[in-house]
Design a protein around this ligand. Sequence first.
Ligand code: OVV
Length: 393
Amino acid sequence: MIPELDVDPYATAFFDDPYPSHTAVREAAPVVRLSALGCHAIGRHAEVERVMRDWEVFVSSRGVGLRDYKTDPPLRGPSMILEMDPPLHTRRRSVLNQALAPAVVRALRPRFVAAAEALVERLLAVGEIDAIRDIAEAYPLTVFPDALGMEPEGRENLLPFGNFVFNSMGPDNALLAASLAELPPLAAWATRQSQRDRLRPGSIGMAIHAAADRGECGHDEAPLLVRALLSAGVDTTVNGLGAALYNLARFPDQWAALHDDPGLARGAFEEAVRFESPVQTFFRTVARDTELAGVALLEGSKVLMFLAAANRDPRRWVDPDRFDITRNAAGHVGFGVGIHMCVGQILARLEGEAMLAALARRVRAVEITGAPVRRYNNTLRGLASLPVRLIAA
Ligand code: OVV
């Protein structure tokens, strides 16, 4: 018998404190059913990893949100990459792998570091800031669109567009309705911004169009792959950086450790992704009758993967609820695992490391000066506001 749990991962109370529910899912059984959604769910690290690796049985092409595209049409053109299975996925993935390759990201490093250092100087002159608006949003919103080769105009669309994309993976609730109401101009903008003539030569976006010139993907596919980066690349890093800032501010001993050794910046970002799991959930769909941890799953079953629960599974982590920037957080599933693992993770880590290292060197401590405000999204976890005072070193 599969335990049936009364957990609604899209309820406001859940967003405010998901941890008791994550524990309930994880400890009830390797596979549970969620009565509120009528789907299966998994919260243990081992099963989440197993499902992500078995792309032939647990497919993405029927949607990585709650909807099964076999019966429910997608709300957006299904992602050309995230919601595809091999062999279609493989070719497109290799185009994005090249556009975001380690050497490409390495070349961006000096610019990213300089931008982070300049931002820290400006913020220190102000002193009292909003760590979300002024750092977690401001920084990715300049360096990422610049690297992608986007025009200066229209960048204010990036966050609301990403907000829609990640809301669309949940149920038809008020959050999705609000996102859908603002979608038409955002979608039109994203489509335009992904065309070759809107992208700067030498940029990541242009590299994708160049791959189409070489026949590595279709000329019709290139703008859709650029668009996928617009969908996936901003809100995720904003919430990753926000997670790092929030927890470094909440746990002053951790900020002190980072200030003492700015070389910990990379590990601090990784630990923030594990600890907070900016992307909380993804789904797979069972393509043929199978079995998982002794539980029979029928074709067509949706499986909700609680990445955030897996990232605090005591079976996998020592003292999982402790934010510890010196721990080895490698092996967390915050970037996914297997063929769909985050294609932009090297770039994301550069953003996180550059920003945290710049802060670590110049800021001795951070004091929270007002109540943090949570931002609600069907997939993403993060804050809308975190008032802080930066204490210069
Ligand atoms: C990982 C991710 C999130 C959102 C959108 C996409 C990917 C996409 O490929 O469109």
